[in-house]
Ligand binder design. Structure first.
Ligand code: CA
Length: 231
């Protein structure tokens, strides 16, 4: 891949550049936000490895410029470990994934290649996506951050419903009727039990929860808002 590394810490930029080139990628490095944006627009890299705090323009500003310019580059944000809000902000602004600093070289290579593979997937119409969660409907295959998630048929159907309309609030009754198709014997416990299982599979191992409970109403699949993150 042709990769633009946007990082203002010289030593980190140098190590990242060397590691990616050892794995066969062709890299350009920029330390200044404005120059990085100009280079990204001019050179159209396959992937941009994007730091957030930069001189000139921030990583978020660069990302929103790129998306506004319809620049198709995949974007992997470099965030500080534990900064969940930065990750959410990046994913909302159109980043394809994030990598927490400091990172090991192996982790960098694996993440870059996973984003590249996902970005190269054909038949976009068959893919449903929310942030880093993806569903290939025809293959009944679900991944989060490139990791395969095994779902039972009912769990898959439930997630399929949520992924068709991210952000929409589903009442338990509706979920029950649409997934189980038994309108008479409604049982909230069945829905809650499947939601718990689904949440364990798609959210438990990841630090940005996607399946949100709306108290006494139902459930919705979306990036969390500030109120969801309150302990
Ligand atoms: Ca920085």
């Amino acid at each position: 891949m042709r990769i633009l590394i946007v990082e203002d810490e010289p030593e980190l930029a140098r190590l990242t550049h060397a590691a990616l080139e050892r794995h066969g990628h062709v890299c350009t490095t920029e330390a200044d936000g404005k120059k990085a944006l100009a280079t990204a627009i001019r050179e159209r890299p396959d992937l941009v490895l994007l730091d957030i705090n930069l001189p000139g323009l921030s990583g978020f500003e660069i990302l929103s410029h790129l998306r506004r310019e319809k620049c198709p580059a995949l974007v992997l944000m470099l965030t500080a470990r534990g900064e969940v809000r930065d990750r959410i902000k990046g994913l909302e602004a159109g980043a394809d994934d994030y990598l927490a600093k400091p990172f090991a070289t192996d982790e960098l290579i694996a993440r870059v290649e996973a984003v590249g593979r996902r970005g190269g997937l054909p038949a976009a119409g068959a893919l449903l996506k929310l942030a880093d969660l993806q569903m290939n409907v025809a293959q009944r295959h679900v991944t989060r951050r490139g990791q395969t998630i095994e779902l039972s048929p009912r769990e898959f159907d439930l997630l399929h419903l949520f992924l068709q309309e991210p952000g929409r609030l589903f009442a338990r009754t509706e979920l029950y009727q649409r997934v189980w198709q038994e309108e008479r014997s409604f049982d909230t416990r069945t829905v809650d039990m499947f939601i718990t299982r689904l949440r364990k599979k798609i959210d438990a191992e990841f630090d940005v929860p996607l399946l949100q409970t709306v108290r006494s109403v139902g459930y919705t699949l979306r990036l969390p808002s500030d109120s969801d993150l309150r302990p």
